[in-house]
Every structure is written in C-alpha cells, then in structure tokens.
Ligand binder design. Structure first.
Ligand SMILES: [Zn+2]
Length: 120
C-alpha cells in the first residue's frame, strides 16, 4: 500500500499552500489520479481521512477524487488507445512500440479554502 505515502506528499503540499496564503482552512481538495498509477481509490480515501486529522488546515477537508484514463501512444501507427484495455500492444497495428502518455500521474487539480475574517 503506497497510497499513504502519496497522501502525505499531497497533504504536505496543500498545507504549505494554505500556510503561504494565510487561509483559515482548506475545505475541499480535488485530486486527479491516473488509473495506471497503481493507486487504489478506497485506500487513498481511507489514508486521507486518517491523515488530515493530524493537519493544521485540512481537518474538515472534503476530498474529490477524479480518475484519469490511462492513454498509450503507438509510435508505428501514431494512434492512441486506452491502456487498461489493451496493455502494451497497440490494438490497431499490434506493434509493441507504445508508451504511456497519461494515466500515471497524481495531481492536485483544485483547492477550495475559507479565508480568515479580516479585522478592521
Ligand atoms: Zn499501432
């Protein structure tokens, strides 16, 4: 289970951003996870819920989890295809000369925050 390591990395980045921008708290985090990244959504969500209890800004943060499709590109016929369906062999020309173009990343897509009340 490497989800916890990824959660810790992501949460650290968000906490850092929250601190730099001097916000009250982070209310929602949208994350994009590639379907061939090896991350299991349920594990990620569980690790997230557990880990944010230890944070300063993200204790009540909701998680929006978006799965990004794995896409491979074939160097021989110059076409793309869904990776999880066909693997490393191109379904158009059966070439093995393919590589992944998306679906392995874990990215912070959006963060919603609540700003501090300004004192006048
Ligand atoms: Zn091909």
């Amino acid at each position: 289970m490497h989800e916890l390591g990824i959660v810790i990395e992501v949460v650290k980045q968000v906490e850092q951003l929250a601190k730099e921008n001097d916000v009250e708290k982070v209310t929602e985090l949208t994350i994009e996870v590639g379907e061939v990244s090896g991350v299991v959504k349920e594990y990620f969500e569980d690790a997230f819920k557990w880990f944010i209890k230890k944070t300063e800004y993200m204790k009540e943060c909701a998680l929006k989890y978006i799965t990004i499709q794995g896409i491979s590109y074939c160097e021989d016929c110059k076409q793309t295809y869904p990776t999880t369906k066909y693997g490393k062999e191109c379904p158009n020309c059966h070439s093995p000369h393919t590589y992944l173009v998306s679906g392995k990343e874990v990215m912070i897509k959006d963060i919603k925050v609540q700003n501090k009340q300004k004192e006048n």
